[in-house]
Ligand binder design. Structure first.
Ligand SMILES: Cc1ncc(COP(=O)(O)O)c(C=O)c1O
Length: 358
């Protein structure tokens, strides 16, 4: 493979201080001048009136990573942390619930139950509360305290699976619970539910094309359930540029079974989601180290003022790797990726409590 083709699976993972770091934003100096005044037209476009919090899900803004992108290649990040539940998972949670209500799998007498490493649980809890459905979640005992407390705050019932068995242990336990009393539950099973990628097919992919259109050359995002990459990827693959070429879709996978990129899955050592069918739309799988993902999370704060979670850091590290490779070959391009959630979701929070002071 020539050094000026796209990065392949066999290459070393993105990362390493030399590749990514070109000095802090302060050392480099500002590359993009701040606008002198608020852009009123932009504010008005973003201000929305909604009948329900669920109507605020999706339609997230894109931010350009001016201070990190290499010459000649635009890098854009979709701010999924702007969703009301704080993450990309609001989209599939709402779509799975909407589709199940529409075809009668979810009725008011049933409890929605699923396994989740956290963000989908927050999303189910929010949508369940807004639309009036009970929610019960099974999660590994070691997910962040913040996630447990946020879901609990919505009134969701929590069941903990073994922390040694990770997300696969939570999947096994939820299946046991449902098998005991199937009539009591609606089990969306985000790993097998086609409404999960459909949310991104109908939303994320359409939104990226509306915002970037035929400029978009690459889409890069991590695999958890794989809903984001499968749904967005499928929609983007339907798009043809004027010259007939397609957008290249790149999935990001932790490079090791034991990794610290919460939300992402190492497929070879995991239960493979039924919705993960890379042959449908994924051109390439890019392995990513925990160190590179974490380092980029730090850089995003310093260079762009974006405080996001580690899967978002991994996504941006991979997107920049692709962009730098194009730039090094003298090519232009436009790479989009996803900021899945905000960094403060991983803080150990103060307990949510009613406290009155006079
Ligand atoms: C923080 C975070 N990042 C990334 C992902 C992966 O998204 P998807 O499940 O669509 O592959 C998830 C999914 O749970 C997540 O919670």
């Amino acid at each position: 493979m020539s050094s000026c083709s796209s990065p392949s699976q066999s290459e070393s993972p993105a990362g390493g201080a030399g590749l990514l770091r070109e000095g802090t934003a302060a050392e480099r100096g500002p590359r993009r001048p701040a606008g002198a005044q608020l852009d009123a037209a932009l504010l008005v476009r973003r201000a929305q009136a909604a009948d329900s919090v669920v109507d605020l899900i999706g339609g997230t803004p894109l931010v350009r990573l001016y201070n990190l992108e290499p010459p000649g290649v635009e890098v854009w990040a979709k701010c999924e942390f702007v969703n009301p539940g704080g993450s990309v998972k609001d989209r599939p949670a709402l779509q799975m619930i909407r589709d199940a209500v529409a075809d009668g799998r979810l009725t008011p007498d049933k409890t929605l139950i699923d396994s989740t490493s956290g963000n989908t649980g927050v999303a189910y809890s929010l949508v369940g509360a807004a639309l009036g459905y009970r929610v019960k979640l099974v999660m590994p005992a070691n997910v962040s305290a913040a996630r447990k407390q946020i879901t609990g705050a919505y009134g969701t019932e929590l069941v903990f699976s073994s922390e040694l068995e990770g997300s696969d242990g939570a999947i096994r336990l939820v299946r046991e619970i449902v098998a005991r009393e199937p009539e009591r539950y609606f089990y969306p099973d985000q790993y097998s539910n086609e409404s999960n990628p459909r949310a991104h097919y109908l939303g994320t992919g359409v939104e990226l094309l509306a915002a970037l259109g035929s400029r978009l050359t690459h889409f890069v995002t991590g695999i958890g359930t794989s809903g984001t990459v499968m749904g967005t990827g499928r929609r983007l693959k339907e798009h043809r540029r004027a010259d007939g070429s397609q957008i290249r879709v790149i999935a990001v996978e932790p490079d090791d079974a034991f990794h610290g990129l919460e939300g992402l899955k190492h497929m070879a050592s995991s239960m493979v989601p039924a919705i993960w069918r890379p042959e449908a739309c994924v051109d390439e799988i890019l392995p990513m180290s925990t160190d590179a993902g974490w380092e980029m999370t730090e850089m995003l704060k310093e260079a762009e003022g974006l405080f996001v979670g580690h899967s978002a850091g991994a996504n941006v590290a991979a997107a920049l790797k692709v962009a730098r490779q194009l730039s090094a070959c003298g090519q232009t391009g436009c790479v989009a990726t996803v900021l899945c959630d905000r960094g403060d979701r991983y803080f150990v929070p103060l307990k949510w409590e009613r406290r009155y002071e006079w």
